[in-house]
Design a protein around this ligand. Structure first.
Ligand code: HEC
Length: 374
């Protein structure tokens, strides 16, 4: 393929990604909460949509599959009345963004959703962190993360260039008013880039104080563990609120999630009275890698604990130290830096491609504007 043609194709694909991401931001919110405030997809398909529980990702970029599913799967029937055509398209765009971001080799972001749960009036929640890691062997350009609606407090420590293997974080806090405006607030965190990352964020403001879960350990380090050994740790959850809390599903997510497992304790459906605690066993068993990290999240009918950070090292004999993960992807891929940095001559091409992609994908120039740097 000629260089010009391949550049045009890359720009067009990047523009398509941007247009999809704009819709995907709304889709991310709909994944967590329906427009009428009812619980949505997350209740059954879980906090990590990339895990594709119950074949969720079949609807990625396929609104018609989702529409068919709403009509054919009984438990999802109630969603028909709540979701319009545009909502269904936005959900499909979001699931597409999730699938693409999960498939991208050079960087990974976790957790993929943040739910603060029910918050009483007049609180600033503990920070819930989302991490981005450069999984490639080259420095990675990182755009600052931003919120679609600005409904949460956001700070981040991401440098413009992230070193190979390094992580940076976006930290989110929910703040509720006094008196509380009862209802839900949803938002979505976007990391712009050639493959945009969209993280749904939600909180529910309750009129009165309720239950609130705290993870006593905010970070658990399993230390250095030999191959074929298993390391165990315990994590304690405590109800810091003023009414009982029922535990929902726990989710392990992140690049090393597969090496960690949840054992006995703090089971879904258990009820924690005021000031009560439960303890869950966590296990780590290394694979072939050297360093592991993951996040552990809980859902509940009260305030949810911040994701707990899990860390561990696999003890690899010195002679067998693996090369750094990933690899430089030289040679003509869409490693797509922002268009302007590709050289002046490519910008008009990129714009033309973006315009045609948008025409193809229908409407929404306003959304394209919001997809630019804040
Ligand atoms: C009340 C629980 C529930 C809710 C809420 C729910 N789903 Fe499902 N969904 C299911 C179950 C259960 C299945 C699997 C059914 C089966 O395989 O027989 C499923 C299957 C699917 C599938 C796969 C269809 C296929 O072709 O295999 C998709 C896509 C999907 N859901 C999308 C969504 C989206 C998007 C939402 C939110 C708008 C949502 N679901 C909300 C329970 C739910």
């Amino acid at each position: 393929m000629s260089r010009l043609l391949s550049m045009l194709l890359c720009s067009w694909l990047a523009a398509l990604g941007t247009a999809a991401a704009a819709d995907a931001e709304r889709g991310a919110m709909l994944y967590l909460r329906l427009p009428d405030g009812q619980a949505s997809c997350v209740n059954c398909h879980g906090s990590d949509p990339a895990a594709s529980r119950n074949n969720l990702l079949r609807a990625a970029a396929q609104p018609e599959v989702l529409l068919k599913t709403l009509n054919s799967i009984g438990v999802m029937g109630y969603l028909k009345a709540a979701l319009g055509d545009a909502d269904i398209e936005d959900l499909a765009a979001y699931l597409d963004a999730v699938a693409r971001a999960a498939a991208a080799a050079e960087r990974t972001v976790w957790p993929r959703t943040i739910e603060f749960g029910q918050l009483p009036p007049g609180v600033a929640s503990a920070p819930h962190e989302v991490r981005l890691r450069n999984q490639s062997a080259a420095p990675l350009p990182v755009s600052p993360p931003r919120l679609a609606r600005g409904r949460f407090m956001l700070s981040h420590d991401c440098p413009p260039l992230l070193a190979p293997g390094a992580e940076c974080r976006a930290s989110l806090r929910a703040v509720t008013a006094v008196p509380v405006a009862a209802g839900d607030f949803t938002d979505s965190l976007l990391w712009p880039g050639p493959v945009p990352v969209v993280v749904g964020v939600s909180a529910a403001a309750s009129g009165a104080p309720g239950g609130s879960l705290l993870a006593v350990e905010t970070e658990i380090d399993f230390g250095s563990v030999g191959v074929s050994e298993t390391s165990q740790r315990r994590l304690t959850l405590r109800n810091e609120g003023v009414t009982a809390v029922t535990l929902g599903v726990a989710t392990l997510t992140g690049p090393g999630a597969g090496a960690f497992a949840l054992g006995e304790g703090c089971a879904t459906g258990s009820v924690l009275a005021v000031a009560a605690t439960c303890t869950v066993e966590l296990r780590f068993r290394p694979g072939a890698g050297a360093a592991y990290t993951a996040a552990l999240q809980w859902r509940s009918d009260g305030g949810n604990p911040a994701p707990v950070r899990l860390l561990a090292q696999g003890k690899v004999p010195n002679s067998e130290l693996p090369a750094p993960a990933g690899g430089a992807t030289g040679g003509g891929g869409c490693a797509a830096a922002p268009p302007a940095s590709k050289g002046d001559f490519s910008l008009p091409l990129w714009l033309a491609a973006a315009a045609s992609a948008l025409g193809w994908r229908r409407h929404k120039s306003a959304r394209l504007r919001t997809a630019g740097p804040a």
